[in-house]
Design a protein around this ligand. Structure first.
Ligand SMILES: Cc1ncc(COP(=O)(O)O)c(C=O)c1O
Length: 431
């Protein structure tokens, strides 16, 4: 769908942000001209965390629990699934922060990267299939179902796990069939029964959790979910020490395919204020836990692609690039991101479709007005590629892109572009 009035190429990014990413991509290209590549940087992530912190502190939360005047603090967990990039995990761990994982591989990655077990929070469905293989003490584990609870409780008691349950709220529905709820968590009646059982056990039952969805459009939706969770806790006479509200704070500078912003009605100030008021509902609460993926990580990445060929047909310019939706930016199926020419190209703008190199008409990252002067050999930067791009990249006819990591120590190659040997070597088991 073509927006009637095309959005500016920077999608509201300040000029410094655009210059920042151009500088980093130029630096990566100066080390190796090979594209496509992702550049990820800790700096925008640190800025998002500071912004969240500032809003929460302004609403009355302390940064640390140490101050006895304030009983309830907050904690950010890194959503590993959002951006499972090793140097990001290292950078995050060095700040003493915790990580949220939802699979065996993610837990193993967190342990390999040196996270202390008390700084690892385990979420996700059907954990009883793999978690019993880990004899690790002091983990935090949020149960997702009665079957999981039954299977894992003996281990949880033996290994001193800090326990929680995920509660399914009415806000969580199947987006394609909203009359049905999602598959996650305990339904409210199950949650009351589980809490009653757990409170009678010699177990560390401490947390209630929900995760609504990505890009929650308003603070009121979180507020309604917290009210439901409060009712469950009251029915079970449970006073949680931690209220884990998952992720869902909406992404910035990204539009829907219909050109709406995701965060239009969402204010961080009112979000923080609502959380501050919610503390009153839980008399024993020590911490609110946040697991934001998109909001925290999206701005921390850019994808750089190169134009390989140019066609013109039916009044539309088509740029065939070395990457696009299919390989590295599945998000373009439902989102529009800033797409910035790296080289200075000015003059008349024409309707342009930017394609990847795969044999699928589906492979188009953007349809927008771009300068006619763009030519083969030029680069385009797809911004806000720091969340869910690595987990959703494909190897459709081509290998994985190179990944560069940037932080205060400078720029390093974090992952080489996939070689043919690696691409084909996966079949080495078949003789
Ligand atoms: C349990 C849980 N926490 C946090 C997140 C991160 O969500 P978001 O990227 O929307 O902030 C997810 C995403 O699926 C999740 O399932």
């Amino acid at each position: 769908m073509v927006p009637k009035k095309p959005a500016p190429l920077d999608f509201g990014h300040p000029p410094e942000t655009v210059q920042f990413w151009k500088r980093l991509v130029r630096e990566a290209l100066s080390f190796s001209p090979s594209t496509p590549l992702y550049v990820f940087s800790s700096e925008p992530i640190a800025e998002r965390i500071s912004e969240l912190d500032a809003a929460l502190v302004k609403a009355g939360f302390p940064l640390k629990t140490k101050n006895p005047k304030f009983k309830t603090s907050f904690q950010h967990w890194l959503s590993c699934k959002t951006q499972p990039v090793a140097p990001l995990l290292r950078w995050w761990r060095e700040q003493g922060r915790g990580i949220e994982v939802v699979s065996e591989f993610e837990l193993r990655a967190a342990l390999v990267e040196g996270f202390a077990p008390e700084n690892i929070l385990i979420n996700g469905p059907a954990k009883h299939r793999w978690l019993p293989r880990f004899e690790v003490r002091d983990l935090s584990v949020n149960f997702d179902s009665p079957a999981e609870l039954a299977a894992l409780l003996p281990l949880a008691k033996k290994l001193n796990w800090r326990l929680g349950i995920r509660i399914l709220t009415r806000e969580e529905v199947d987006a394609e069939n909203p009359q049905f709820s999602t598959q996650f968590g305990f339904a409210p009646a199950e949650a009351v029964a589980a809490l009653t059982q757990l409170l009678a056990e010699p177990a560390r039952m401490e947390t209630v959790h929900f995760h609504l969805r990505s890009n929650v459009s308003s603070v009121a939706i979180f507020e309604r979910a917290i009210a439901e969770v409060t009712a469950v806790c009251q029915a079970a006479k449970f006073h949680p020490l931690h209220l884990d509200i998952g992720g869902g704070v909406p992404v910035r500078h990204v539009l829907t395919r219909g050109s709406k912003v995701f965060d239009g009605e969402f204010g961080l100030g009112s979000f923080a204020e609502m959380l501050r008021q919610s503390v009153k509902l839980f008399p024993a609460l020590r911490e609110i836990w946040l697991e934001n993926g998109r909001f925290v990580s999206s701005g921390g990445g850019a994808l750089a692609i190169k134009i390989l060929d140019v066609k013109e047909r039916g009044g539309v310019r088509q740029l065939i690039c070395d990457s696009g939706r299919t390989l590295n930016a599945l998000h373009s199926l439902w989102e529009q991101h800033a797409l910035i020419p790296l080289e200075e190209r000015v003059g008349e703008e024409v309707l342009t479709v930017v394609h990847g190199p795969t044999c699928m008409a589906f492979d188009q990252i953007a349809r927008m007005s771009l300068p006619r002067s763009l030519r083969a050999g030029d680069h385009l930067l797809w911004l806000d590629a720091g969340s869910y791009h690595i987990p959703w990249e494909t190897r459709f006819s081509h290998g994985h892109a190179a990944v560069w990591w940037h932080d205060k120590k400078g720029m390093r190659l974090a992952r080489e572009a996939q070689s043919f040997e690696n691409f084909w070597g996966q079949w080495s088991g078949v003789k």
